[in-house]
Design a protein around this ligand. Sequence first.
Ligand SMILES: Nc1ncnc2c1ncn2[C@@H]1O[C@H](COP(=O)(O)OP(=O)(O)OP(=O)(O)O)[C@@H](O)[C@H]1O
Length: 642
Amino acid sequence: MSLLEQLRRDGALRTLDHAFAHSLRRLDPDTPDAVLVAAALAAHAVSAGHAGLDLAAPGLLVDADADWPAPDAWERALSASPWVDQPGHGDDPARADAPLVLERGLLYLRRYREYERALALGLRRIAAHPPPAADVAALAPLFAQLFPGAVPAQLEEGASRDLFAAAPQASSEHAPDHQARAAALALRHSLLLVTGGPGTGKTTTITRLLVLLAAQAAQSGAPAPRIALAAPTGRAAERMAESVRNALAKLEVAGIDPALCAALPASGSTLHRLLGTLPDSPRFRHDAANPLEYDVVVVDEASMIDLPLMAKLVDAVADGTRLVLLGDPDQLPSVEAGDVLAAILRAAGPGDALDAEEGRAMAPLLGTPASPTGAASTQSAFGGRRVHLVRGYRQSDRLELAPLAKAVREGDGDQALSLLRAGRLSNVHYEDGGDPLQAHRERLLGHWQALAEADTPAAALAEATRLRILTAVREGPQGARTLNARIEALLRGRLDASPRSRGGPAQEGFHGRLVLVTENSYRHRLFNGDIGICLQDGDGHLVAWFPGDTPGNPRAFHPATLPAHDSAFAMTVHKAQGSEFDAVWLLLPVRDNRVLSRELVYTGLTRARNELHLVASEPVLRQALSRHVRRVSGLAWRLGAD
Ligand SMILES: Nc1ncnc2c1ncn2[C@@H]1O[C@H](COP(=O)(O)OP(=O)(O)OP(=O)(O)O)[C@@H](O)[C@H]1O
């Protein structure tokens, strides 16, 4: 039996992967089995989050115990195939009639290789158009007001501004203020990456930076900058806008000119909305030929953006527009092909130190770096600059997550378990296995029942973010699907007895059902991951409510017309990315599973705002923390990283 058939028989390939290989064989019956297998796996790779197939590591994709061709021989067979193009240079386009591209040991579907190539070219293009030099001295007073910790005392006392030349030492207690550094670098660079865990002040920093850019425009008599705030999901965009509004309110209290604050937008949008969806098309209204009309585009939750979407975003960013990407690199990468943020960060380098020239230029804002580093260690390969924020600012009295998050991020199972077992982290609760629907039934059902009894759909939607069960997997006894079915059965009994419920067609849901959209529908402006609630109106008709453009104005849909959706009482960590909930019950399966990883656990537990319940057996938690998500991609190389 051929390897292709064996993989199909073992269920290692999707029907689509096999059909792709089969179509190549139909068109050319002499296509060798090794090429057909590679073609099927290259298609499969995309569905597993990779940009292509690593010929040296097919085991990343399938568990099957297969007799894989040796990488050299496999590569030779592919090189000889007319289906496979091998462009001479990473920037060269691939042949339009070749469905596959072989490059540096990776086999891509041509479309994904072209996304990668376009993205690398686009990022380098943006980085190559730095903004005009800012009058740093004129901005210094405002900068010092916005970042009070940034400027060492000697500057405030009127010492020489050319401190770098004199190379005096900044106070040793003066730890680098990474937030200030990020803002200062954004004055000089058009591509900025601001990374950090939850609550490290990414949004706060960007708000202050945007105020600074507004001041810069005002000082030079230019119109206020046109600013877009966006994120991959509606919920993430809303959260970002809310954080920006909060940060602005604090700035106004601190005496920052309200006219500068008014330059910032009050709302954010999804990337799809920003780029302008076209009905029934994967393309967007804004692209290279019709770029976004903004001076600054800020995108939050960048770790969630997959390769095609990032390529389309970057394509639509005009020369001279600043692109600022915010994200937490320790979170799970996008479900679809990518790990784009990780690749960009690798190419950008650690970026935490300023090079000599940068240090000199920024001295009026940042003071003198304690130990200026050479250019080679800090220059990014492609001109994008990164600042990693490390200090957590969020109030920790309600939820003390940081030590646990650190242990999980570092894959330190001993430390994570000792913290969990000691039980001293405030509002972190650990259960070594068990069933939350048994152990916490009244609390959980009480919450969902309250949603159904909320006064308005907007109140129900707001209330819905208070609690969520998060699972690692969709299927199986601890999977989201099974839990939802159990919760629905428990809840229906209670809700049907409620005076607010009048019964209704079961297939369309029920009063109080939380729903999660699982596909993008441009027509509805509903996207994968959006969460709504079904409520009966005064006539007993069920209406599905989803967040609208502003929190008080949810949008109504007939449940029967919704795009594909599931219940959302329990949902997978993947689907919860970009959202936060007051209380999170994170439930790992009882048996180890290859999807379990430290990134998954970290992403799950950092969705909690006030309270975390982690339900996981010790061996499964240890297994999860020992596993790193690995994604195959050539993007870092294209950006000059290796
Ligand atoms: N330099 C600072 N000084 C004091 N408080 C700060 C500072 N930076 C941030 N904060 C506070 O920390 C909290 C979290 O900040 P922010 O929302 O900007 O973090 P974030 O990194 O964007 O978080 P998330 O990733 O969860 O959205 C806010 O309450 C903010 O006011």
